[in-house]
Design a protein around this ligand. Structure first.
Ligand code: SF4
Length: 258
């Protein structure tokens, strides 16, 4: 019994320090020493609560979505990066209808850079914003050839340096194609995180930073998929299915409305 209590105490202390280490340097700059200690303690207590809450939510969502992964269809990192660019403001379902014919025409950076832009626009027309998506897919393909020998880079800074590749796209490709740990925040992840109250953020970047601070790093990519799928199928934008939601007991949005 004593051993169990001792182990439980160790785990609790470890959790405190994990949360503390992940948040203090971002949040506590600029405080004087005395105030700093009090604020540190408050953050510690607050974040321990958030940390525990997120752990429980992720456990539930892992049960709801045991095979959570990207629903985009692709055969290699290049096809994935193209599919993710196409998925901006468009459903994965729609993108998956377009990409088979697109990749028949061009499944490498070389072929994509050489394709006629009007032809590309015609193929991707139905996913919206086709002018700018076609332009950036071609520019990105050319950059892959010029700067990376035709290969999609496997790290975030290089991915983010590509034209047309924003932070979300880079995070998805890094995590899905290369097995890296990243939390891509799209409209679903943003909405679900803030409704649940595991983040309190006004922008996707703030949401990403708060999630990274509160979730164990080895769960970042999985967390992205869980929150995204929960948003896509349960916590929908206009009509969230709260009565069917497995995590409603943790949800601030739900609590405020009931
Ligand atoms: S309770 Fe409703 S608002 Fe909250 S996460 Fe579930 S579906 Fe979304």
């Amino acid at each position: 019994m004593q051993c169990i209590l001792f182990a439980a105490a160790l785990i609790t202390v470890r959790d405190f320090f994990v949360v503390f280490r992940q948040t203090e340097k971002h949040l506590l700059r600029g405080f004087n020493n005395k105030l700093l200690k009090r604020v540190q303690l408050l953050f510690l207590l607050y974040n321990k609560t958030v940390y525990d809450k997120i752990k429980k939510i992720l456990k539930k969502l892992a049960e709801d979505f045991p095979n959570a992964k990207s629903e985009l269809k692709y055969n290699n990192p290049f096809e994935l990066i193209v599919a993710v660019i196409l998925s901006a403001q468009c459903t994965d379902e729609r993108v998956n209808k377009i990409t088979p014919s697109l990749f028949k025409l061009a499944d490498t950076p070389q072929k994509m850079a050489a394709i006629d832009i009007e032809q590309l626009e015609e193929v991707i027309f139905s996913c919206g914003f086709y002018h700018s998506k076609a332009k950036y897919i071609k520019l990105m393909s050319q950059e892959l050839i010029d700067r990376f020998g035709g290969k999609v880079p496997d790290n975030l800074p290089d991915l983010m340096s590509l034209k047309g590749v924003g932070r979300k796209t880079a995070n998805v490709v890094f995590a899905v194609a290369f097995g890296g740990q990243a939390i891509a925040v799209d409209t679903h992840v943003f909405r679900v995180s803030n409704r649940l109250g595991i983040t309190h953020a006004k922008t996707v970047l703030e949401t990403e930073k708060q999630l990274m601070a509160a979730v164990d790093q080895n769960l970042w990519s999985k967390s992205h998929h869980y929150l995204l799928l929960h948003g896509r199928y349960v916590c929908k934008s206009a009509k969230p299915k709260c009565s069917q939601c497995s995590v409603k007991s943790f949800c601030e949005y739900y609590a405020n409305r009931n």
